[in-house]
Design a protein around this ligand. Sequence first.
Ligand code: SF4
Length: 181
Amino acid sequence: MNLSVIADEVRSCTRCPLHQERQRAVPGEGSTRARIMLIGEAPGKQEDMQGRPFVGRSGKILDNALQIAGLKREDLFITSVVKCRPPHNRLPRKSEVETCVAAHLQRQINVIQPDVICLLGGVSAKALLGESNLSRIRGRLIQRDRLYFPTYHPAAAGRNPAWCTAFEADLMQLRNLTTGA
Ligand code: SF4
């Protein structure tokens, strides 16, 4: 199994109702040898149109924070817990998350074997850690089956200057954790 096979399966996937209104599924992109995976919530409007993760307004906030932290997109693997845009950007349902994680995300993680998975926002923290209270675990390295590092979703950071500052500091901490700086 490799990432391009999984990506092809994502693009033709009809396992959950989210396929019905998508323009393009968004499998994720980045390095097959990424030491850090970033996992967001779901594609938005721009992502749905382009088939690429974090290319809209949230993507600009993420790119800015990555630049401040000295992290490059091409060295990471960036994806989301569901690969198809929920109608009107509603939250993905529990059944949709569980279906997509089992069908695609877990296999991507198994192929990449990252050192750390950075969870962007409450939906991915809930999906991967079963944790409903993001503020309780944000900005901390958490050991489970592998290492996880939860932080804000870039969209949330864009709505709150204090969260944006914390988000940028979290990504800096993530860079330092993974480089030993
Ligand atoms: Fe398939 Fe995931 Fe899209 Fe649902 S969200 S149709 S499981 S790729």
